[in-house]
Write a protein that binds this ligand. Structure first.
Ligand code: ADP
Ligand code: MG
Length: 328
């Protein structure tokens, strides 16, 4: 991720939380599973743990309070507040408890056993998501994002590493995680240039223009492209090249991986990867998009069958209405 070099941008942060911050040692109540961590970011490590009293598995996100010499407790409290705000949304990871030590805060989160969707995005195409999977998962991502946007929260770091699955095989349901860059956009104050991850960042971030819920929708467009093709559409050989590709919307829709898909999939992506934020589809628009209306792309036989059934309905309808016509 890239962050504002001039220190933390503290506008749009929630400051009040209702979760009890526990000061007893975390390990009094949890067994930390030794071995490989679940994930790691610049300032956080996530480990699998089991609550002793319940035997339930959780993911513990250990967050350093000091980063590059700056106290970031305010940012962590904001992340907690956003998780609280989204507690009723099944598409956002649930927060169970919070612990604090002198140097760290530990967020005990619902465990998403399927890991990052990133794994399937970069897998060989035969192990990657099917278009049917992508449609179902994309609907769920949009439900989560729509919930956040209705509550004036922008995530600002939507990417395959921050979208987890409840199970991997069969492909489970999604959980949106990592509200470390998220902001409130209703405060009347304009928000500009919060960071993000180069490949997923919207043009307005690069141009130091106002951030809005549409900024997330750009990332959803990139996400859809990556989930369907395994290709990161704007990725260049270096950061500068990536940023240039984004600001020029230098993107190819003629990749073989895209041509194989339902034409509506490309239409969906094109409705999001638009330079002007005002012109992009909203999360609600996306949920109504034609691409996401059909549950699956039926194979040809099923298609034919469906047409025959439709034809007989139409005929039935006609006959009935003409009979009615005849009576009056
Ligand atoms: P960061 O701010 O450092 O990116 P994240 O919240 O994204 O922190 O967590 C880092 C990684 O840890 C995620 O990309 C994911 O792989 C893993 N992870 C985070 N939360 C969970 C969870 N609830 N269940 C399973 N794995 C998780
Ligand atoms: Mg992350």
């Amino acid at each position: 991720s890239i962050r504002c070099e001039s220190g933390p941008n503290r506008s749009g942060l929630l400051r009040e939380i209702r979760t009890d911050i526990r000061s007893e040692p975390f390990t009094e109540r949890y067994d930390v599973i030794p071995g490989k961590e679940l994930g790691r970011g610049k300032f956080a490590v996530v480990r699998k743990c089991v609550e002793k009293s319940s035997g339930k598995t959780y993911a513990a996100k250990y967050m350093r309070k000091r980063r590059k010499g700056q106290d970031c407790r305010t940012e962590i409290l904001h992340e907690i507040a956003v998780l609280e705000l989204a507690a009723l949304c099944p598409r956002v990871v649930n927060l169970h408890q919070v612990y604090e030590t002198a140097s760290e805060m530990v967020l005990v989160l619902e465990y998403a056993a399927g890991g990052e969707i990133f794994t399937q995005c970069v897998a060989d195409r035969d192990e990657a998501f099917s278009e049917r999977d992508v449609k179902r998962l994309m609907k769920q991502i949009l439900e989560g994002v729509s919930f956040l946007h209705r509550n004036n929260v922008v995530h600002l770091d939507l990417k395959p590493q921050n979208i987890l699955l409840t199970s991997e095989c069969p492909v489970g349901d999604i959980k949106v995680v990592d509200f470390g860059l998220s902001r409130l956009v209703s405060s009347g104050q304009e928000l500009r240039e919060i960071m993000g991850t180069p490949e997923y960042v919207a043009p307005e971030i690069l141009n130091y223009e106002p951030i809005s819920t549409a900024t997330d929708m750009w990332s959803i467009g990139v996400l859809a492209y990556v989930m369907l093709t395994g290709i990161s559409p704007f990725l260049g050989d270096n950061k500068q090249e990536t940023f240039l590709n984004i600001s020029q919307i230098n993107i190819s829709y003629s990749e073989e991986e895209l041509q194989r898909l339902d034409g509506d999939a490309i239409g969906f992506i094109k409705s999001l990867l638009i330079k002007e934020p005002e012109s992009r589809a909203t999360a609600e628009d996306c949920l109504r998009h034609r691409w996401l209306q059909t549950d699956e792309s039926p194979d040809e036989d099923e298609d034919e069958e469906e047409l025959i059934v439709m034809a007989s309905y139409t005929l039935g309808g006609c006959r009935q209405s003409s009979e009615t016509d005849g009576l009056t």
